[in-house]
Design a protein. Sequence first.
Length: 228
Amino acid sequence: MIKKLGTITIAVSCLLVFLTANSCKKNEEFDMYYDYFPLNEGHYVIYSAHEVFVDQQVNLRDTFDYFIKTVVGDTITDNSGRIARQFERYYSAAPNGPWMIHDIWTAIIDNGRAELVEENNRTIKLVFAPSEDDEWDMNAYNTLDPLNCYYSGIHEAYALGNNTFPSTVTVEQEEFNSYIDSRRKFEVYARGIGMVHKYFKDFIINNGNPDNIKKGHLLEMRLVSSGN
C-alpha cells in the first residue's frame, strides 16, 4: 500500500511539473505584443515632420518642416467611460525644443485593440496579437469613411535613416492609384517605442500624372529619438 501511495505521489508530482511547464510555454506563446503601443506615463517620441498642402485652384502649395513630440500623460476617463491615457502632442521648430503644446488626445489598449482618439475621432491603430490574418476598419468607431487596414512585415527589422529597429509591424492603410487619385498611407510601429514612421498621402492628380497635383495633403513623420 505504501509503495502504491509513493507511486501515486510521484505521478502527481510529475503531472504538476508538466502542467506548470506547459502553462509557462503557453504564456510565452501567447505574448500579445502590447509593447508596440507603449502607454507607460512619461514615454515620449520625437519626430521630424514634413507636410505639404496643394490646391491648384487658388495657386496654393505650402510646405512645412517641423518637429512633433508625443508624450504619454496621466490617466483620464475617455468619452466611453474607460480609463485611458492622455496623449500629449507638442510642436517645435527644432528637435530639442522649445516645445509648445498643440493638442491632447487619448490612448488606450482595450479588448485587444490599440485605440487613439485623434481630433475627437476614435481610431483603431493596432490589433493584438499582430497576425497576417488581421484586417480591421481603423474608423469603425467614428463617422469617417471606412479605412481597412492589415499588417505586413510582422516582427521584422526596419531601417529608417540611421536607425534600425529590430522588431516592427507595418500597418498598411491604403494604396490606390487611378487617373485622378494618388493615395498611399501606412504606419510602422517598433517594440518598446510605438510609431516610428508615418506616411500619409492623399492627392487628386491631373491626367494620371502623380507629379501633377491638383489638390491634396501629404504628411510624413520619422522618428528622431524616444525615451521614458
